[in-house]
Ligand binder design. Structure first.
Ligand SMILES: NC(=O)c1ccc[n+]([C@@H]2O[C@H](COP(=O)([O-])OP(=O)(O)OC[C@H]3O[C@@H](n4cnc5c(N)ncnc54)[C@H](OP(=O)(O)O)[C@@H]3O)[C@@H](O)[C@H]2O)c1
Length: 289
């Protein structure tokens, strides 16, 4: 049977704004049942109202997920698995950039904690359901920003020696996005016999609220107002995520990096199997539980 997103159940992290919100809208338009995460229920309701009115699709739901708190991620996943009998597509979309160093509830550097460890735990917890739903897809929203760093610093994963301040959280962010990509590679290797594919992607440079760091700053302010004028709209920025979730031609394609709805070549740092395996075992230790 060819892959058809209509009627499939999709879970998207961070569906309230930016690329995630546009991905919710486009997948709803294509007839998927979409569950997205929202930390503010009023914003979640607003997204549902807007998307349902625009698409006529009422199979929409939002749930609270705090990726900066691993116990909360585990209880979210437990509840999800008791409420739903299948999950066809998981899109790890939520992401943060911070200007000041801070930590998650578990004492991990915030960017690494939210962008990588929170999602690592989410995937681990939902894997039984996804395996049972095979064929299924995991889509990880990474970034070309992985090119800005030479690799992960395993001696300082929590960026205690990292430089923060306006515009500087980008190094920690770039490493967290490289972590997303190494996670993709190792997970794809581990799921090779399960008919659960895992791919990551770069959405493009998109005008969103990324980098707002508690509402005050925006990525456009970090990179400069002139450059950000050339950023694309969230709807365009969602295209590669939507393609990864829906394209029938991607059946069986796994462990790849997508950009502009095509397979792209990542930096060598992403293809480092030793780093991918090491990140996996360190992540298992860090998420504990
Ligand atoms: N924008 C770009 O140019 C660009 C480029 C490359 C890659 N990306 C990637 O694209 C993805 C989406 O980014 P975006 O630009 O659309 O950002 P955005 O507009 O800031 O949206 C981020 C989403 O993540 C959620 N989120 C933030 N912190 C969270 C937490 N602790 N727990 C759970 N959810 C949390 C937010 O939900 P709340 O409403 O609850 O805060 C929001 O829905 C990210 O992974 C980012 O790294 C973006």
């Amino acid at each position: 049977m060819t892959w058809d997103i209509s009627g499939k159940r999709v879970l998207i992290t961070g569906g309230t704004t930016g690329i995630g919100r546009a991905t919710v809208a486009e997948l709803a338009q294509r007839g998927a049942e979409v569950i997205f995460t929202a930390r503010n229920p009023a914003t979640g309701d607003e997204v549902i109202e807007e998307v349902a009115a625009a698409t006529g699709n009422n199979a929409l739901e939002h749930r609270r997920l705090d990726l900066d708190d691993l116990a909360a991620v585990r209880s979210f996943a437990d509840q999800f698995q008791s409420d739903f009998d299948r999950l066809d597509v998981l899109i790890n979309n939520a992401g943060v950039v911070v200007t000041e160093r801070k930590e998650t509830a578990d004492g991990h550097e915030f960017t690494f904690g939210v962008n990588h460890l929170g999602h690592f735990q989410l995937v681990e917890s939902l894997l039984p359901l996804m395996r049972a739903s095979a064929p299924a897809r995991i889509v990880i929203v990474a970034s070309d920003a992985h090119k800005f760093v030479k690799g992960l610093d395993f001696d300082d994963l929590h960026a205690r020696q990292g430089r923060f301040g306006p515009g500087r959280g980008m190094a920690a962010y770039s490493r967290s996005k490289l972590a997303n990509m190494l996670h993709t590679r190792e997970l794809a290797r581990r799921l090779a016999d399960d008919e659960v594919t895992v791919n990551c992607l770069h959405p493009g440079a998109v005008r969103t609220r990324l980098g707002r760091d508690g509402e005050s700053t925006r990525l456009s302010e970090v990179v400069g107002p002139v450059v950000s004028r050339f950023f694309m709209t969230p709807a365009k920025g969602a295209r590669t995520s939507v393609w990864a979730a829906t394209a029938p031609e991607l059946d069986g394609v796994t462990g790849e990096y997508f950009s502009k709805s095509k397979i792209a070549k990542p930096r060598k740092t992403v293809l480092d199997e030793v780093a991918a395996a090491r990140l996996w075992s360190v992540s298992e230790e860090l998420v504990g539980g």
